[in-house]
Design a protein around this ligand. Structure first.
Ligand code: UDP
Ligand code: MG
Length: 334
């Protein structure tokens, strides 16, 4: 068993049967929202009679969110604060939350009150119907139309096409998962948006339900238009992983062979012209093309071999987490 497997095993074993849900909130500079958020989550779950823990992961906030969480976590037995050393990004913050969650059901939502904690019991009810992942769908989304809604519409269409998972709203953070689905998932970059796609690749049963969405009341969004570009890049990665991760040689090898073969053919033709017909070929662009094709082809081919080696190392080696925790505060810390 590798280190990662051992750690996953340990985490799955310490699941707490008496906890109905672990609510995970990534937090980056949300100091004004936090008190409202914690109260609202607690209210919604208490009213539904569900036992819960809230795990707020502070992602290196600079506005005092970490201090607030620390104080609150020492007062409230239902709150656990995981404070990361610096700002690692929403994906890493969520991954840290997954690691410390102890319930069999996990719900994630944003720390800015844009998602409504009153929807958590609805997601959990849907999860109990036998799904592995229930995604929220912000039917009436309260964000800027041109800079947020339009790119998001396009991204949703594209993601659906490429990944084969048909959801209306991949960007919605409010989601419910069965813990096993996220326990062995390695998240990098900004891949949290693609959790449904990654889960789907692993064979998870996925559905969505409409959820409420509010405009931001405090603070400001941490993202701008630049995110669209990163989403597209992540999508390419996912597509590659989905199709070729375990067989990179099939892509690079194929193109490498094609390129080498074409280059060689052109080279033979030029050789024939030179030796057979005595023509001069030194000034022909075709010669450059032939050389480029052969060199490029050999490189692609070797790259495919390297990728195969890397892929094997990736799958077989021991990994390390993508975050470093400074400290974990709370009454029920494992
Ligand atoms: N967030 C985070 N680390 C970051 C950026 C954002 O933990 O580097 C958190 C943020 O505090 C919020 C959630 O991720 O709880 C979503 O961020 P935001 O509301 O800015 O995104 P939007 O709703 O505008 O898409
Ligand atoms: Mg938000």
């Amino acid at each position: 068993m590798t280190l990662i497997e051992e750690s996953i095993e340990r985490r799955l074993l310490i699941r707490d049967e008496s906890l109905a849900v672990s609510v995970i909130v990534p937090v980056y500079n949300e100091v004004e929202s936090l008190p409202h958020l914690i109260t609202e989550i607690a209210k919604s779950l208490t009213e539904s009679g569900l036992s819960y823990e809230i795990i707020c992961v502070d992602d290196g906030s600079k506005d005092g969110s970490a201090q607030l969480l620390k104080v609150e976590a020492q007062k409230r037995p239902d709150l656990k604060a995981v404070l990361l050393r610096r700002n690692y990004g929403q994906t890493a913050a969520m991954a840290a939350g997954f690691y410390y969650a102890r319930s069999h059901s996990i719900v994630t939502l944003d720390g800015d009150l844009q998602n409504d904690p009153a929807d958590i019991p609805l997601l959990l009810a849907k999860l109990a119907e036998g799904y592995d992942l229930v995604s929220g769908w912000r039917q009436k989304r309260q964000d800027a139309a041109l800079t947020r809604l339009l790119p998001s519409k396009l991204a949703n269409l594209l993601i659906g096409r490429v990944t084969g998972v048909k959801l209306h709203d991949y960007g919605c953070s409010l989601k419910a998962y069965r813990a096993e689905v996220v326990a062995d998932m390695n998240l990098y970059g900004e891949l949290h948006r693609f959790l449904p796609a990654l889960a789907y690749i692993e064979g998870a049963n996925i559905t969505e339900i409409p959820v409420r969405h509010h405009a931001r009341r405090f603070g400001q969004s941490k993202y701008g238009l630049g995110r669209t570009f990163r989403v597209v890049m992540d999508l390419l990665t996912i597509y590659f992983m989905k199709t070729f991760l375990t067989r990179p040689m099939h892509v690079f090898g194929l193109f490498g062979l094609l390129s080498t073969a074409l280059g060689t053919t052109l080279g033979l033709y030029l050789t024939f012209l030179k030796l057979g017909l005595g023509q001069s070929i030194g000034n022909r662009p075709l010669l450059i093309l032939a050389v480029l094709l052969v060199v490029g082809g050999v490189q692609l081919f070797s790259f495919g071999l390297l990728a195969e080696l890397l892929m094997r190392t990736y799958h077989e080696s021991q990994g390390r987490p993508i975050y470093r925790v400074r400290e974990v505060v709370g009454k029920n810390v494992n």
